[in-house]
Design a protein around this ligand. Structure first.
Ligand code: GLP
Length: 263
């Protein structure tokens, strides 16, 4: 696992967006690039940078297929807090992606289990995901794989923990009662099947999760820790998120990345 420690959120966003641009551009001529995407506040800066790079002519998304990680169940697609609305508002409307290449789980499907099965099949039909971007919850969840989720899980229906409902209530008038209690989410294993996984972790409230991910063992109570088993896992974090790491761990990754010529 690589741990890229950046001074602040802007630097994380620039690093991540540059990495994505490089991957998309290097893939030219090898068919569509399949990109897994998260919602939440963590990737917002990356989306802004990607939009900027697109407008500057550095990257085109015309040959990119996207798969989002998750979606709430039971709120209309055009609800301002649905992940559909989030993605179109903050990213897709500003780039040259073909609408038909965007995939987001449908939390209003008549048959939700069938929706999950088909979502996995669609990913497989495109040859799997090249790069999955993600964030983490303060309790170390990836997508909506809450503590205790099977590390071999696939796309399915999940009940959200009260911690997550509380954390996400900031988008629902600070009212936990307005936050949906269930969601469709890709599984831990779905994310781990991607050829590369890049996780963004910023701020003090991610420090405990980052420590578990980097210094502790693989454990279903911190689903992000599954990244330790991935051959190409990267976490990009800011200084604030390193607050719980041992000084030795911090210095080790700072030192080893100093000589890494890959961005
Ligand atoms: C939600 C999403 C996750 C995201 C997490 C953290 O639970 N399902 O994919 O990583 O929130 O969100 P934020 O980036 O806003 O801290």
């Amino acid at each position: 696992m690589r741990l890229i420690i950046q001074p602040d959120y802007l630097a994380i966003s620039e690093w991540t967006a540059s990495y994505v641009v490089q991957k998309i551009n290097n893939h030219k001529g090898s068919g569509p690039f399949v990109l897994g995407l998260p919602t939440g506040s963590s990737p917002l800066g990356t989306y802004q940078k990607l939009i900027e790079y697109h407008k500057a002519g550095k990257v085109s998304f015309s040959n990119v297929i996207t798969f989002n990680m998750d979606e709430y169940i039971g709120i209309p697609q055009d609800h301002p807090q649905s992940y559909h609305s989030f993605m179109w508002k903050n990213f897709f409307s500003h780039i040259d992606i073909r609408p038909g290449n965007v995939h987001i789980p449908n939390g209003n499907a008549a048959n939700l289990e069938e929706e999950c099965k088909q979502y996995e099949e669609k990913m497989a039909a495109f040859g799997g995901v090249d790069l999955f971007l993600g964030g983490i919850g303060p309790d170390g969840h990836i997508a909506f794989n809450e503590p205790g989720s099977s590390l071999t899980s696939r796309t399915r229906i999940k009940t959200l923990t009260y911690d997550t409902i509380l954390a996400n209530s900031r988008f629902f008038d600070n009212d936990p009662l307005k936050v949906p209690t269930t969601a469709l989410t890709v599984g831990v294993s779905t994310v781990m099947d991607a050829r590369e996984v890049l996780i963004i972790a910023n701020g003090h409230n991610k420090a405990r999760a980052l420590r578990q991910a980097v210094e502790e063992g693989v454990n279903h109570m911190w689903t992000i820790s599954a990244l330790q088993l991935h051959p190409k896992g990267i976490i990009v974090c800011d200084e604030a998120a390193t607050a719980e790491l041992k000084v030795g761990t911090y210095n080790y990754f700072k030192d080893i990345e100093k000589h890494n010529l890959m961005i």
